[in-house]
Design a protein around this ligand. Structure first.
Ligand code: SAH
Length: 225
């Protein structure tokens, strides 16, 4: 199919996503909507799912993992209130779509993935798109970002967990700055609650946003492998 015809299809599907699936469901933060409009989701999905790139649901990305539904990506991003000075930690790079969203809003993004294959392919896509404020790591993200490579402040202003955790991993709470926010799906069963935590004077204030369904975070402070 000629390139222009493809581009028109993606533009149309993206416009529908923005109007119906994001604005229509309460995504109001203009910076989040602008970033969702800018990031080409088609660059992150597998070739066999290209026609569904902007569909209202998750899609397989290989290794038994998924790229999250656009609405959930926007909602989790909106709930973090990311300012241009924020340093953000993401657990679960996956295909790098959410990482790219975060990179548009934050000063710097640090992202951890347990599968080298997924991290490498995300690094290639972000390289192609010219995203330069992201640091990658391949390790068990339930243990947090490697201590030897922490930002100068020693912690993160925002943390996003993009896989389900039974409880919020303690190392992540330790690496969250006071006054910072963390968002992620928490729960033991197939479904979880999307939880936002604010850390205030070393205490956590938790708020449940909605029910969600995520793949599991496997690791020392996540689910058993
Ligand atoms: N944000 C991703 C969502 C990927 S799904 C995207 O937009 O594509 C969740 C990801 O978390 C998967 O890639 C999975 O491999 C990864 N993951 C699971 N357990 C992990 C762990 N302990 N550390 C780091 N990443 C993990």
């Amino acid at each position: 199919m000629p390139g222009q015809e493809n581009k028109d299809k993606f533009d149309k599907a993206k416009a529908r996503m923005l109007k119906r699936d994001l604005k229509g469901r309460g995504i109001t933060d203009e910076r989040v909507l602008k970033a969702m409009a800018e990031v080409p989701r088609e660059e992150f999905v597998l070739e066999s799912y290209l026609s569904q790139a902007y569909a209202d649901g998750p899609l397989p990305i290989g290794m038994g993992q998924t790229i999250s539904q656009p609405y959930i990506v926007a909602l989790m991003t909106q709930e973090l209130w990311i300012g241009p000075d924020c340093e953000v930690l993401e657990i679960g790079t996956g295909c790098g779509y959410q990482t790219t969203m975060l990179s548009k809003l934050a000063k710097k993004v640090y992202t951890v993935e347990r599968f080298a294959e997924l991290s490498e392919s995300a690094q290639a896509v972000l390289g192609r798109l010219g995203v330069s404020n992201v640091e990658f790591d391949v390790s068990d993200g339930s243990c947090g970002w490697p201590e030897s490579r922490l930002p100068k402040s020693g912690c993160f202003d925002r943390i996003m967990i993009t896989a389900a955790v039974p409880l919020i991993p303690k190392p992540l709470l330790r690496q969250l700055a006071n006054g910072g926010f963390l968002v992620g799906p928490v729960g033991y069963g197939g479904a979880q609650e999307l939880v936002v935590c604010e850390k205030r004077r070393d205490k956590l204030i938790e708020r449940v946003i909605c029910d969600v369904r995520f793949v599991k975070l496997l690791g020392k402070h996540g689910f058993e492998q």
